[in-house]
Design a protein around this ligand. Structure first.
Ligand code: TYM
Length: 343
């Protein structure tokens, strides 16, 4: 195992989120960042904003991307990610991610990359797809392997990417000797896949129409309206049954996750009441969470200098680990190390 691996007493946790919009949606929070907050107290944790990944499809205006990156840090802080415990940094501040990605790209078959769902779906829809979208999961594998992470807390949609990461780690280890920790996905049971409110067969996503997405920074009135207009199912009974009642069950999952309950227990409160009562309760619970969250984001955004300092400190923690892994990998691959000459 490489010298950059953490000691056995500390499990290293790493995850990332793309700054592709001004606001996290409730799926990002319940599927991922909420877990980050819990895990930061008893693990060695690294969380980053995947800004390199954020230009793979329709790159935004430079000023917009910069603002989204700051917004994304502010939202991690508002969610409770604490820079005293967690290294919070930007992917573009640690050059090792792309340096390692190249080596892993050369170990990945073209067909293997082409089978990744995002690339397959977008190509099948005839959308413009960049080479960056094809290699995106390999950069993600580098993001993880470079820190020798044991656990990667993500939503269900990232499972395939973590599988590829494991395959690449094993492939490298077999060919060049034991180098990488083979990481596990850490996927929450209940809220791994929050569904779109307008189409409860699809996951809630930044790229779907806004009416089905609960952005945590939406105005409370907008959140309430979106929830009231959520597509529900036939019948009137409020019951947790994801197959027969996907729309209602999705609302129950959201209510339970926000209030610290379970979907079945949440359903029991609405015995004899209809979907309207459920929607009101979900709207109240979501607004009660989102309003103070938005206030914390606003406060954090009022001090961009502090946000930059947090990112600088995070990158300072991340960079030496990343550099050590890259040096080890480059050496194993057979690249001649540069001679360090005294100045
Ligand atoms: P991203 O930015 O799309 O999403 C961030 C996290 O939110 C989770 N998520 C959801 N969870 C439940 N229900 C949903 N509807 C939902 N939508 C999104 C995602 O699973 C993710 O955990 N490729 C990654 C970013 C990334 C990364 C990494 C993650 C880049 N490198 C290395 C982990 C490790 C992405 O696009 O996430």
């Amino acid at each position: 195992m490489a010298s950059t691996a953490p000691t056995s007493s500390s499990t290293r946790v790493l995850s990332g989120i793309q700054p592709t919009s001004m606001s996290q949606h409730i799926g990002n929070y319940l599927g991922a960042t909420k877990q980050w907050v819990t895990m930061q107290h008893d693990h060695d944790v690294f969380f980053f904003l995947a800004d390199l990944h954020a230009i793979t499809a329709d790159p935004p205006e430079p000023a917009v991307l910069r603002q989204r990156s700051h917004q994304a840090v502010a939202q991690l802080l508002a969610a409770g990610v604490d820079p005293e415990h967690s290294a919070i940094f930007l992917q573009s501040h640690v050059p090792g991610h792309t340096q390692l990605s190249w080596v892993l790209e050369c170990l990945t078959a073209y067909g293997e990359a082409g089978r990744m769902t995002q690339f397959k779906d977008k190509s099948a829809r005839g959308e413009r797809v960049s080479v960056g979208l094809l290699t995106y999961p390999i950069l993600q594998a580098a993001d993880i392997l470079i820190y020798q992470a044991h656990q990667v807390p993500v939503g269900e949609d990232q499972r395939q990417h973590i599988e590829l990461t494991r395959d690449l780690a094993q492939r490298f280890n077999t060919r060049y000797g034991d180098t990488f920790v083979v990481p596990d996905a850490f996927i929450p049971k209940a809220s791994a896949k929050i569904l779109d409110l307008q189409d409860p067969t699809a996951k809630m996503s930044k790229s779907l129409p806004d009416a089905g997405t609960l952005n945590l920074l939406d105005d409370p009135k907008v959140l309430t309206k979106k929830i009231k207009r959520a597509v529900t199912d036939d019948g009137t009974e409020v019951r947790f049954d994801p197959v027969a009642k996907p729309g209602v069950s999705n609302l129950l999952v959201i209510l339970a996750a926000v209030t610290g309950s379970t979907p079945d227990a949440a359903a029991a409160q609405f015995d004899g009441q209809g979907y309207g009562a459920l929607k009101m309760a979900v709207a109240d619970a979501v607004v009660a969470f989102a309003e103070p969250f938005a206030a914390r984001v606003h406060e954090a955004m009022s001090d961009p200098g502090e946000l930059d300092l947090i990112l600088a400190r995070g990158a300072e923690r991340a960079r030496p680990i990343a550099e050590a892994t890259v040096n080890d990998v480059y050496d194993r691959v057979g690249f001649v190390p540069p001679l360090a000459r005294p100045r």
